[in-house]
Design a protein around this ligand. Structure first.
Ligand code: UT7
Length: 323
């Protein structure tokens, strides 16, 4: 069995930046409240004619460029998103066509909300390890603003749009050291979009297709759960707290990120934090943050990187990689 290794990263953010000050004019909120409770200063928002697939394709091209590859070299594309362009085909199939990947290569979407990228990475890693693919594009992309209720200050200030991607390649030495996935559907109503196409359009009104969250309750479960996943990941690899070089967490809230760093005994200098500039971009947040820290030179080859996420489902998971 071979291992898989990340050989390139990329990302893309829509041009339009929305600041907290702008949100002050839309809902009853303040820059002070948003920064103090979440760490978010601004987020990017898709243009009217821009969709999840557009963001994903641009991030993928950058990751391919970093890996020194072209789309023809890729035999598997896994896209994590909860804001796909269409009901079907999957957005992964649309990107496969637009990138010019080989016809017959594998392409599909993964739906695990904010944990989506970790789920997609786990799946692609298993394909490569069992010789089902040699080179995979793993993308997290969201046009999350499309499912925001702009009258709900409890959610609309939190999220943003963007995409991040990695290229995974079969390798004799590990790369991906371990992945850990979990789900528990019992608290669905704490974080969900009440409507889906399967319910039919008669049930769709102006808010039923939008995100609904009981933030404070989600916050408490997230902190507890991420503390556990950190222990599980270190334990599976025989590592101690402090053995990790970088934490690249899902970017939901700076207070959740700080709590996880504490659980890892990791100083904040070793945590990649992009929530201030990106907000919560759901499945895109981890690969976006990873790409930022690779490009600015913080994350170096052979360093140990822990990625973790928690999101609707609930779903949660982690991936430990030797970069
Ligand atoms: O990525 C998927 C997983 N999602 C998450 O991990 C999100 C987890 N939750 C959070 O990040 C935090 O719970 C929030 C940032 C959503 C909220 O922070 P909080 O410290 O838990 O605040 P809260 O919900 O307890 O609300 C405190 C107060 C309330 O007012 P009262 O009842 O104390 O008078 C809210 O109505 O803040 C009020 N509030 C706001 N005020 C100004 C809620 N949203 C806002 C707002 N601006 N945007």
């Amino acid at each position: 069995m071979s291992y898989s290794r990340i050989i390139g990263t990329g990302s893309y953010l829509p041009e339009r930046v929305m600041t907290n000050q702008e949100l002050e004019r839309i809902v009853d909120t303040s820059d002070d409240w948003i920064q103090a409770r979440t760490g978010i200063r601004e987020r990017h928002i898709v243009a009217d004619d821009e969709n999840c697939g557009d963001l994903a394709r641009k991030a993928a091209l950058q990751a391919l460029d970093a890996a020194g590859l072209t789309p023809e070299d890729i035999d598997l594309l896994v896209l994590a998103t909860c804001t796909p362009d269409r009901v079907f085909p999957s957005t992964a199939c649309l990107i496969q066509r637009e990138l010019g990947m080989p016809a017959g290569s594998i392409a599909f979407d993964v739906s695990a909300a904010c944990s989506g990228f970790i789920y997609a990475l786990d799946v692609a890693n298993r394909f490569i390890r069992t010789d089902g693919a040699r080179r995979a594009l793993v993308i997290g992309a969201e046009a999350f603003s499309r499912i925001l209720n702009w009258e709900d200050r409890g959610t609309c200030v939190l999220f943003g749009d963007g995409a991040g991607a990695v290229v995974l390649e079969a390798s004799d030495s590990p790369g991906v050291l371990s992945t850990h996935l979990h789900a528990d559907g019992r608290q669905e109503e704490l974080l969900y979009v009440p409507w889906g196409v399967g319910q039919g359009y008669d049930h769709l009104d102006s808010v039923s297709g939008k995100v609904s969250m009981r933030g404070n309750e989600v916050f408490k479960v997230a902190v507890r759960t991420l503390g556990r996943i950190v222990d599980e990941t270190l334990g599976a690899n025989g590592l101690e707290r402090g053995d990790v070089d970088w934490l690249v967490p899902h970017q939901a809230n700076i207070r959740i990120i700080a709590a996880t760093a504490k659980a890892l005994s990791l100083p904040m200098e070793n945590v990649v934090v992009t929530v201030g500039e990106h907000g919560n971009t759901s499945a895109a947040s981890i690969p976006l943050a990873l790409d930022v820290a690779v490009r600015d030179g913080r994350i170096q080859r052979d360093q140990i990187v822990l990625m973790e996420a928690f999101g609707a489902g609930f779903t949660w998971g982690s991936a430990l990689v030797r970069f």
